[in-house]
Write a protein that binds this ligand. Sequence first.
Ligand SMILES: Nc1nc2c(ncn2[C@@H]2O[C@H](COP(=O)(O)OP(=O)(O)OP(=O)(O)O)[C@@H](O)[C@H]2O)c(=O)[nH]1
Ligand SMILES: [Mg+2]
Ligand SMILES: [Zn+2]
Length: 299
Amino acid sequence: MPEGIILKGIGGFYQVLDGDSENLYTCKVRGVHRKEGGLTPLAGDRVTFRILDEKKLEGHIDRILDRRNAFVRPPVANIDQLAIVLAVRSPDPDLMLVDKLLITCLSKDIRPLILINKFDLDDAHRVDELKKAYQGTGFPIIVLSKFFKDSYQELRRELIGYTTAFAGQSGVGKSTILNMILDNWLMETGDISDRIQRGKHTTRHVQLFRLDGGGFIVDTPGFSSFSVSDISHNSLEQYYPEFEECIGQCRFKGCSHTSEPDCAVRDLIGQQKLDQKRYYRYVELYRELKEVYDNRYRR
Ligand SMILES: Nc1nc2c(ncn2[C@@H]2O[C@H](COP(=O)(O)OP(=O)(O)OP(=O)(O)O)[C@@H](O)[C@H]2O)c(=O)[nH]1
Ligand SMILES: [Mg+2]
Ligand SMILES: [Zn+2]
């Protein structure tokens, strides 16, 4: 049975890219699959499918193969990388959202990329401050502007061979970046059939676009307001790569790094290995998660 990947699903129809022939089949889900209580297919799912009509390119999805990870909102599966997009301004960056997205990445085995966009609007010189906030994480940080075509080269290299979704506040420029990346690729191949429709529209569907060098990029709505309540306050420290070198070195065992004396994490701020504002956001998030926990388990 052929195997493929779901590029998008709308109204019960799924566009499946056949891994061998590279044909695009329009598929429905087998009735039996649904009755068996099968999973709902998501964009990004790898599936086996049955070809019903080779001429019309129609088929039936038979089985969803094991997922590496999956999200409900936005509905997408098997993400390797998450490009977390923020703008230097317009809209002003929501760094708590960036921090939460980083935590999500680390908890779901996804490699984060941090994209600082709208560099052309950086009259207040915020880009260095933003870079500094995340340098300690060790993740790639790429500065972009739609007015500087060359700024996309580095990003392009990071995308090849992976499935990358784009996340960030509405209006930071996710779809614009995707357009830039695909346009360039399409220009190289001369194929313009599959480009994202242009315009200033808020993205409403999840869709995977194939990259020439291998891999996919995914345009999604959502990933914009976010909760990390499934992570316990006790394990929050694990999701800050900057903390790693000093975990276990605080004076108190089980140190929360929020208020205890002789805390090795707080020492990092003095050594400039940890951004102070990012640390304050950690404390805020820790308290939020602890409150959730206390309300749930302590009466
Ligand atoms: N000045 C400037 N404007 C940009 C840049 N990138 C995108 N924009 C503009 O920002 C606006 C929003 O861009 P989109 O790409 O639609 O943003 P988005 O993140 O996809 O937004 P949603 O789909 O609503 O989540 C558009 O008017 C873009 O032209 C940039 O590098 N510089
Ligand atoms: Mg968009
Ligand atoms: Zn500590």
